[in-house]
Ligand binder design. Structure first.
Ligand SMILES: Cc1cc2nc3c(=O)[nH]c(=O)nc-3n(C[C@H](O)[C@H](O)[C@H](O)COP(=O)(O)OP(=O)(O)OC[C@H]3O[C@@H](n4cnc5c(N)ncnc54)[C@H](O)[C@@H]3O)c2cc1C
Length: 324
């Protein structure tokens, strides 16, 4: 790794000051730095100014409103989310997903906003500058060809965030603040399927908070597969939210990560009203297969990641159905 390049750091105390600071040409947000700083040390980006969001008043606040909506400030650390008694009680998949990110020292600094907005990853991108230059760089950064899908005109780098799918199956929304004011979008709409431009944030915009509605009647779970259990990105991750009414599925939402350039919802409405049996399980597996697009973007084999994704989707649902 290189030493960090030269940049200046601003530390605003309010969101409006942060938005103003981000209007400076070449400025980028910095939160816990656990994703951004290693990337900068690999020569992936040369921001002139980093706008440190961790000094913003109230940015890390976590609260539950009178209507039962959970509000997670984007500056809340993953450690705080994983250990919050209210989240553990009412939105356990979110706490669990946060607890599975990286290692303990990362989670103490890493924020929700940084986790959701983390860069996409690829074996041809997360390498030293020296390695990448020897390969002619790549479409995501400084090059003009994709080494994963040769002749492609888009980058296939993969999104490996753990927390997004757990929030998406709970119908979470994102509060975004920028030069044009505040807007709210479904969390799924924060992302797009493009490895080089996977966020729909506009210039100068900051993710301010995530809102999670009450999940009464739903059971939820998140499961990730990784090479090293102690510290690793998901090779594939699946979140499921299930509402059961006797012997039928009264509600089902499924989201995947680690497979595409964005975390994606799997259309599962067709399974509502059906019992959970082998036929329904096969329909779920086919729906996951259709949405996912596992390519050679990690050192783990493509076939393994595809198969494990489908197996995990079915197992998650089996376990929730059987109250495990
Ligand atoms: C060894 C290692 C293992 C890891 N394992 C995992 C893992 O298992 N799962 C996982 O999900 N991640 C993993 N990560 C990635 C990273 O640690 C986490 O995603 C972490 O949550 C990032 O949060 P942060 O606050 O440190 O983000 P930062 O590094 O500060 O920022 C990340 C990106 O988000 C942008 N950003 C930050 N906050 C905002 C905001 N509020 N609005 C708009 N943009 C913003 C920054 O500009 C930057 O581009 C790992 C990292 C390392 C080094």
């Amino acid at each position: 790794m290189n030493i960090l390049p030269d940049f200046r750091t601003l530390r605003p105390a309010s969101l409006s000051d942060a938005v103003a600071a981000l209007a400076t040409p070449g400025a980028e947000p910095l939160a816990g730095g656990t994703d951004l700083l290693p990337n900068l040390r690999r020569g992936l980006g040369r921001p002139e100014t980093l706008v440190d969001l961790t000094g913003i008043n109230g940015f890390a606040a976590v609260s539950v409103g009178a209507d039962g909506t959970l509000r997670l400030g984007a500056g809340a650390t993953l450690e705080a989310i994983a250990e919050d008694a209210r989240i553990l009680e009412s939105w356990p998949a979110v706490a669990h997903a946060a607890s599975l990110v990286a290692g303990p020292s990362h989670r103490a600094a890493a924020t929700l906003g940084g986790n959701l907005c983390q860069d996409t990853r690829c074996v041809f991108y997360n390498q030293s500058e020296w390695w990448r230059s020897g390969n002619g760089f790549c479409l995501k950064y400084e090059g003009d060809k994709c080494h994963v899908v040769v002749k492609s005109d888009r980058c296939y780098a993969t999104y490996h965030g753990d927390v997004a799918p757990a929030l998406m199956v709970l119908n979470a929304s994102a509060e975004i603040v920028g030069p044009k004011g505040l807007r709210q979008v479904a969390l799924a709409d924060l992302f797009r399927e493009s490895g080089a431009e996977h966020l729909t944030l506009e210039a100068g915009e900051v993710l301010a908070a995530v809102l999670v509605p009450p999940a009464t009647g739903w059971v939820t779970a998140y499961f990730k597969v990784r090479v090293r259990d102690a510290i690793d990105f998901p090779l594939a991750g699946v979140a499921v939210a299930l509402k059961r009414d006797g012997n039928v599925i009264a509600g089902l939402r499924v989201a995947i990560t680690g497979t595409n350039s964005a975390p994606l919802m799997v259309p599962a409405d067709a399974l509502w009203g059906r019992p959970w049996n082998d036929e329904t399980a096969e329909a779920l597996v086919q729906a996951v297969r259709k949405v996912s697009n596992v390519l050679k973007t990690t050192v783990a084999g493509v076939k393994y990641r595809r198969r494990v994704l489908l197996a995990v989707a079915r197992k998650q649902m089996d376990d929730l159905w059987n109250g495990k």
